[in-house]
Design a protein around this ligand. Structure first.
Ligand code: NGQ
Ligand code: ZN
Length: 406
C-alpha cells in the first residue's frame, strides 16, 4: 500500500488560551445567553493566565493541532499585559510564551500582535477585564518591531486589529501607514455578530465590511476573520479585494454567529482559510465538514462547496483552505515544506482511490486518520503520536489543576 501524503494545513485563527476553557461555557446562565454572555465568561478565564500558563496551554494545543493535520497556526494574540493592565517587565512576555510553545512543538507560527484600544464603536474606555489587551499605537508598534527581530523561517510577525469595535479609525490609519511598505499579514475580526453590524450602521452609516473596504486598502495581505454577515454587494467587493476570509465553522456554530454566504462567495471567486478560533474543536476535518454541512442545512441541497472544475467537495475544501491558509499566514510560512501522511492501513481508507481519499477523510467522522506529520523536514508526529506529547500534556494538566484552585 503506498502512502497518501498531503501538505499540512494552516490554522489561520487561534486564541490559544481559550483551549483551556473548552467545555466550561456550556451551562445556561440566562435564557438569553449569547456571544456577549460567553464573552464575559471568556474574559474571566483570560484574567487567570500568566506567561508560563500560556506556554503550557499553547504547547498542548499545538500538539493537538499537529496531530490533526495543521502544520502552521496564526495566533491572533491580544492577551498582552498583567492582570491589572500594566505591561510585564518584558512587554513581549506573553508573545514570547506563544513563540516558545511553537518552537517546542515544531509548528510554524504566524504571530499577530493585536491592537485593542476601546470597548466599543462609541469609543468607550476598556472595561477592567479588557485592560490586559490594550495598547496605544506607539507602544503597539514598538512591540511589533521588537518581535520582528526574532523572525525566522518558522516565525512570521504580522499584525492584527482586534475589530472595528476595538480600534478607532485614526489608530487604524496610523498602524496601516506604518505597515504600508511591508508585505506581511494583516488580520481583523469583522461582522461576526448581527449586533456589530447594527452598531456600525448606527454609528458609521455603513456595514462593517463595506466600511473597511471604503477606509483601508484591503488587498491580498488581509485576512477578514468570520465576515459572517455580508450583503450581496459586500460579497462581491470582498472577493474582488483579494483578501482572504477566515472561516471558523465550529466556533461560529458554538457562539451562535450565523452562516457565512459560502456559495455566493465561492461563485464570486473569493478565497478562504479556516481557523479553530476558540478551540472547542481542534480538527481541520471537523471545520471543513461543518462548513459544508451548514450550507446543506441552510439550502436543503448536497455537495455545495465545489468549483467550476473540481467537483469533489473534500478536495475543493482542502485545496481552497490550503491556498487561503498560505495567504493568511504569509509568504515566509507558505514557502515551508510540510507533509501529513494519512493512515492508509486504516479500514476506513481501504479501497479508496486517491480522488476518494480526501472525501473519506473529511466525511467519515472523527477517527484520527493522520499517521505522520513533518514540518520543515522535522518529523513531529510519528504513528499518531507527537514526539514530545507526554511531557507537554503533563505540564498542561499541572497548569489547569493549579489554575482551577486559584
Ligand atoms: C476574541 N472571539 O477576541 O476572542 C473574540 C471575542 C470579541 C471571537 N470573536 C471577543 N470568536 O470579539 O469582542
Ligand atoms: Zn477570534
Amino acid at each position: 500500500m503506498t502512502d497518501f501524503n498531503l501538505p499540512g494545513l494552516v490554522n489561520a485563527h487561534s486564541h490559544a488560551f481559550q483551549r483551556a476553557m473548552a467545555g466550561l461555557a456550556e451551562h445556561q446562565t440566562d435564557p438569553a445567553d449569547s456571544f456577549w454572555t460567553w464573552r464575559e465568561q471568556m474574559y474571566r478565564y483570560a484574567g487567570l493566565i500568566e506567561p508560563d500558563d500560556l506556554q503550557a496551554i499553547a504547547a498542548q494545543l499545538y500538539v493537538e493541532m499537529l496531530k490533526s493535520g495543521y502544520t502552521a497556526v496564526c495566533e491572533f494574540h491580544y492577551l498582552h499585559h498583567q492582570r491589572d493592565g500594566r505591561p510585564y517587565a518584558d512587554a513581549a512576555a506573553m508573545s514570547r510564551a506563544l513563540i516558545a510553545a511553537a518552537n517546542e512543538t515544531g509548528i510554524d507560527l504566524c504571530l499577530l500582535p493585536v491592537l485593542y484600544m476601546q470597548g466599543g464603536f462609541d469609543g468607550r474606555a476598556l472595561s477592567a477585564r479588557q485592560r490586559r489587551f490594550g495598547h496605544e499605537v506607539d507602544a503597539f508598534l514598538r512591540l511589533v518591531e521588537t518581535l520582528r527581530r526574532d523572525e525566522s523561517d518558522a516565525l512570521q510577525i504580522g499584525i492584527a486589529l482586534h475589530s472595528l469595535r476595538a480600534v478607532p479609525p485614526e489608530a487604524m490609519h496610523a498602524v496601516l501607514a506604518a505597515e504600508s511598505e511591508r508585505d506581511r499579514p494583516i488580520h481583523i475580526h469583522i461582522a461576526e455578530q448581527q449586533a456589530e453590524v447594527d452598531e456600525c450602521l448606527a454609528l458609521r452609516g455603513t456595514r462593517p465590511v463595506a466600511w473597511l473596504l471604503d477606509h483601508a486598502e484591503v488587498d491580498a495581505r488581509w485576512t477578514l476573520v468570520h465576515a459572517t454577515h455580508l450583503s450581496a454587494p459586500e460579497v462581491q467587493a470582498l472577493a474582488n479585494s483579494e483578501a482572504t476570509v477566515c472561516l471558523c465553522p465550529t466556533t461560529e456554530a458554538n457562539l451562535g454567529d450565523g452562516l457565512f454566504p459560502m456559495p455566493e462567495y465561492v461563485a464570486a471567486h473569493g478565497g478562504f482559510s479556516i481557523g479553530s478560533d476558540s478551540h472547542i474543536s481542534v480538527s481541520p476535518v471537523e471545520e471543513l465538514r461543518l462548513l459544508e454541512y451548514g450550507q446543506r442545512l441552510r439550502l436543503q441541497r448536497r455537495c455545495i462547496a465545489v468549483g467550476a472544475e473540481e467537483k469533489s467537495v473534500g478536495r475543493f475544501l482542502f485545496d481552497q483552505s490550503l491556498a487561503g491558509g498560505h495567504r493568511s499566514a504569509g509568504a515566509r510560512i507558505a514557502a515551508n515544506a510540510s507533509r501529513i501522511t494519512l493512515d492508509v492501513a486504516h479500514p476506513l481508507l481501504a479501497a479508496r482511490s486517491d480522488s476518494e481519499m480526501l472525501d473519506t477523510w473529511i466525511f467519515s467522522g472523527n477517527v484520527p486518520l493522520v499517521r505522520d506529520v513533518s514540518v520543515r523536514g522535522r518529523d513531529v508526529v510519528r504513528d499518531g503520536h507527537h514526539i514530545d506529547e507526554e511531557r507537554i500534556a503533563r505540564r498542561y494538566i499541572e497548569t489547569v489543576r493549579r489554575w482551577s484552585q486559584r
